[in-house]
Write a protein that binds this ligand. Sequence first.
Ligand SMILES: [Zn+2]
Length: 327
Amino acid sequence: MKNFFEAIASFFSSLFGKKKASAPTPQPQPTTSPNDRKPDELEDSSDVPVDTVSTVMVIEVIPDAPGPFADDDKEHAVDGEETPTTPTSPNTGGGTTTPTTPTTPTTPTTPTTPTTPTTPAHTPRFVWCLDNGHGKLQPGKRSPVFDDGKTQFFEYEFNRDVVEKIIKELKKNGVKYFDVVPDFNDVGSFLEERVDRANKFKTDLPKIYVSVHSNAGPAASASDWIADSINGTETWYASNSTKGKKLAAVFQKYLILKTGFKNRNLKSTAEKPLYVLEKTTMPAILTENGFYNNKTQVKELMKDSVRQKIADAHVAAIMEIEEKGIV
Ligand SMILES: [Zn+2]
């Protein structure tokens, strides 16, 4: 019996002793710079490969971590690396006032000056809900096949590309936006979800909805091209929205100016009901950029340079409205 208690005591002693012995011992400090680390060597308390976290961040955290849970804090610091310090939506960009993480600070050619201001002086006025109309799984919404038997224009791809180009510029300009459908593969028409996401998106700034499309004219069949005389650009708004009409006019002005496409003017839902214009709870517009079943115009719409002009026109309209408001 005595031996039994001794064994128990010894057992706890060994446990306690082990813990006590290890507690004050600091974690082995990396003595080499992050660049000297072997490519596939792991952090001591993390399973995350080195090149996916900022090693410098870990080193900084260890001495600052208070109390007996320093190791836990370090792990949190490592795990938290991918979480931005400012709780913005992952689809929201622009206007951020603080750089998020100290990324790759050891590149020898670029001096790391943390004071470099990367944010433009622009003060965001609105949040632009950008809708890349249609999805990959949606039937129709594509041109007839070209004479080579394989080339075809897909509207969802065009809309998505233009919205991505717009976002790229808005980021540079410090304008706030919400990418309504960043989802790539499994999206069809998705109309209700588009509207729902934009309506539910929480922000302190007023929202404006911009849906980007390309047009199709009535053809004898899906494999027929339309008459070459049917071409150009038009911008839509909800017939009961004064703000929508004002916004549409600004977009249409720049679209004609920058693309040189024929001006098909403003159109409203009094002519044709459009779900995203009628169901959104914010001023909304929809741009129809050229006709993809016009064999001449679709060739333009397939050019990256033309898509950039279309994106630039949207950005110019957005910047004017950011500056002046809806007037
Ligand atoms: Zn469309």
